[in-house]
Each structure stands twice: as C-alpha cells, then as structure tokens.
Design a protein around this ligand. Structure first.
Ligand code: HAM
Length: 425
C-alpha cells in the first residue's frame, strides 16, 4: 500500500467540516478589519525565500523542499507565505494603486522538520499582511486582530508575548553586546547555538535547550539598546494594545525564526498544546519589501498555524444546517419527496435523501447526516397534504400542513426550535 508522506496529513471529510468552520470564523474577523484575500502559487523560485527569510535561518538552511524543475531552475515549495505575498505585491504594483495593502491568504506550507505533535512537514497557515504602514497602531491592530481571531475560533487560555528587536540602526550594538556575553558561556551552549553565535546570535535567545535557556537568563536586554525611534515605536504599540484592551506580556527573549523582523515581534501561545504551543506569530518587517526588489515600504503581519488551532477547537462545533427527507409508500410518495428535496435546495436549505432503503434504514442515515431535522412522508401525509417533521435533537416530531412547511422549517432552523409559539413542546 502506498501511504501519505511522513509529516503530511490527509484531512478526512469530518475534519474538513471543522476546518471550514474555523476558516470561516477567521475570514469574518479579517473582513471586519478590512483585509482582502490573495492567493499565490505554492511553488516559487528558491531565491525568493533565500533572500527574504535569510540564509542563516533554520528554515532556509535545513527545512526547504527545494528541487530543480525540468529546465534546471531551482524551485521551492513555500515554507511560509509572507515572501510570496510581498513578491505578488511588487510584481503587480499593488502599492501604486493603494499605498496601504491589507492582504490575507490561507493554505498549505512545507518545511522539512522532524514531525511531532503540532509540527508537520505540510501544515496550513492563515496569514495576514499589512503593508505600507509605519505606525505603532498598525502593529497593535495586527496583534488585536490575531487575538480577536483566537476568540472567534473559541480559543482560550491564551498568552500574548511581545518584544521589539530594534532596527538596522540600533540592533548591531545589541548584537555585538549579546555576542560578547554569549562567548563567555560558549561551552554551555548547544551545538546549534555554538554555530548561531557566529551566524545569528539573536536566535540563541529563543533556543529551547535548557542549558541555553539558563545562559540567556542574564543576557543583555534588547530593550536597553533600542534607539529613540524604536523605543517610541515600542511604547506606542504597548499603549495602543492597552487602549484596545488586549492582554499581553513583554518577553525580551522573543526573537522568532525568520530574519526579516524589525522592531515588533509577537507570539500567541495557547494552553493544552504541549511544547509546540505557539498558535500564531508575527511582527514587523520594514526592510523586506525593498530587499525583494520593491519600494521601501514598511510592513507587519502574522500567521496562525491551523493544525495547532484545530487541536484546540471543540469537536462538535455545529450541526449542519439542513434537512433529511425520508419517504415510504406508493410511487406518489417518492415523487412528492423528490419535489420537496428540489424545493428545499432552491430555498437554500441543504437536503439529502436515500430512497432505496427501508424507512428504518433511511432514519439511520438521517441520524448520521448531521442535520437536525428530518421530513418524513408516507401515504397518509401525501393524501392529507401534510408532512411530518422530526427534530433529531429533541427526538420529537410534529405533523404540519405541506403548504408553508418550508418556511416553518427555515424558522425552526433560525430559532433552534420547531415548536416555538404553539405550546406543543
Ligand atoms: P512562523 O512562526 O514560522 O512565522 O509560523 C507561524 C505559525 O505557523 C507558528 O506559530 C505555528 O503555529 C505554525 N507553524 C510553523 N511551522 C509549523 C510546522 N512545521 N507545523 C505546524 N505548524 C507550524 C511565519 O511563518 C511568518 N511568515 C509569520 C508572519 C507573517 N510574520 C509576518 N507576517
């Protein structure tokens, strides 16, 4: 038997229903904040990620699915969406029609990581990018929107961590001070961090290895090295978060794994996820657009990891809205049932039926359909121009006139009860 690739998962129909619910909730919030959807290809030229994410990042060094195509060009399955979205913004000159772009995309990303709970080789992100704004307000609103999305998806036990990494003016002094500090404890660092010390010392700050964590406890604090402009920006972000009522804590060790971040970084962690507990992460990337060949416009954004969100979302999210139709009797009964099915769908109400089985078997299918209501038709109903409506949740049923049955059903779906107002509960 040929199996799926390690770290890449099938999503079976029931799972997909839950995913769609989550995506829908996220889209609603994105809409409230004025974001529009963009869809970019899953494969890009390798250069885009090497340049955008940084040669010394784990993603570029070890995790990219890179391959030559038949013409010999080096292509890569996208490991994240920010670089691709920015490429599209530059390629299509979007900023010349509107200098502020608020874009989101939803889709699969690929990283060759060691698979474990919450970490996969194909995973999915909801990605939001806000390009063209420099104000601390735009960072704060991004964080606030991510928080609102968590709430809309029903996540709780959240903690939001925020940091500022400074800019190209002030970061070199911090980097030098950090490097000097880390050199003194070099022996205690893990092998990866010994290497990072040379290439990317900031990454040592958020290494998960216990011995590295011990070392960085006394490391220089990035906040003390921020230039006046970065300090003002950071305090502006925190002030706006306070005004928006978003709870957060400062974490001066929060560096994040991609090199493009300047100033603000943030992460949202959720309880119940184990060691891979970041459901979303992001920050500001002011030099990235220019680095990729575009105008010198700032940007800020974040991405949710959908697999991690799904681990936290309640299983039985919602019953599907719709109605099963069961019928038994002479051919006229089936004809009437087929007519009703067509009417239901034309009225925008989901409907299913299986007529080649006994009524008992049809009722079993009705129970499995996930629909709350079932319309039952027999010869008596057809003769009397009536239908029986069964509420599967309440295990109760009622016979109503065929005329007006659909609007009665629709009302019951909206109000959540069939008997409202007629005292027959
Ligand atoms: P990232 O932190 O690499 O950032 O990924 C964002 C989120 O994607 C993580 O917090 C996590 O929930 C999820 N994630 C990452 N890797 C995996 C994996 N192997 N398996 C499952 N989930 C994973 C970015 O990708 C940036 N592009 C975010 C961003 C957008 N920054 C600015 N704009």
């Amino acid at each position: 038997m040929i199996k799926a690739i390690k770290g890449m998962n099938d999503l079976l129909p029931q799972e997909v229903e839950r995913w769609r619910w989550v995506e829908e909730r996220a889209r609603q919030v994105l809409g409230l904040y004025g974001f529009s959807e963009i869809r970019t290809p899953i494969v890009e030229h390798t250069d885009l990620f090497e340049r955008g994410l940084g040669q010394d990042t784990d993603v570029v060094e070890k995790q990219m699915y890179t391959f030559p195509d038949k013409s010999g060009s080096s292509l890569t399955l996208r490991p994240e969406a920010t670089a691709s979205i920015l490429r599209a913004v530059i390629e299509h000159g979007l900023l010349s029609s509107d200098p502020i772009q608020k874009l989101y995309s939803i889709g699969p990303m690929f990283r060759y990581e060691r698979p474990q709970k919450g970490r996969y080789r194909q995973f999915h992100q909801i990605n939001a990018e806000r390009i063209g704004e420099e104000s601390p307000f735009s960072d704060a609103e991004c964080i606030c929107m991510a928080y609102d999305m968590c709430k809309a998806m029903g996540l709780d036990e959240l903690s939001i961590e925020v940091n500022s990494l400074g800019c190209k003016e002030c970061r070199p002094a911090f980097r030098a001070a950090l490097k000097e500090f880390l050199y003194k404890s070099r022996a205690a660092l893990c092998d990866d961090c010994k290497r990072r010390l040379e290439t990317n010392p900031l990454r040592v700050l958020d290494c998960k290895n216990p011995s590295c964590r011990e070392v960085v406890r006394d490391a220089p604090n990035v906040e003390e090295y921020l230039c006046d402009a970065c300090r003002e920006h950071y305090s502006g972000v925190l002030r706006d978060l306070d005004i928006m009522g978003v709870p957060y804590s400062k974490n001066n060790l929060l560096v994040r794994g991609l090199d493009y971040y300047t100033r603000t970084t943030f992460e949202i962690k959720a309880g119940g996820l184990g060691s891979q507990d970041a459901v979303a992460g992001g920050g500001r990337y002011d030099g990235l657009l220019k680095l990729l060949g575009g105008p010198d416009a700032p940007g800020t954004g974040f991405a949710f990891g959908l697999e991690r969100v799904m681990m936290l979302v309640d299983a039985g999210i919602q019953k599907q809205q719709g109605c099963f139709v069961a019928a038994q009797g002479n051919p006229r009964v089936k004809e009437e049932a087929i007519r009703i099915l067509a009417e239901l769908r034309r009225a925008g109400i989901g409907a299913q039926a299986v007529f080649d089985k006994s009524l008992k078997a049809q009722m079993r299918r009705a129970a499995r359909s996930g629909y709350r209501f079932c319309l039952i038709l027999g010869e008596e109903e057809v003769n009397r121009k009536e239908v029986t409506v069964k509420d599967m949740d309440m295990s109760s049923q009622i016979r109503i006139p065929r005329d007006g049955a659909l609007s009665r059903l629709r009302k019951a779906m909206e109000e959540g009860e069939l008997y409202k107002g007629n005292g027959k509960a």
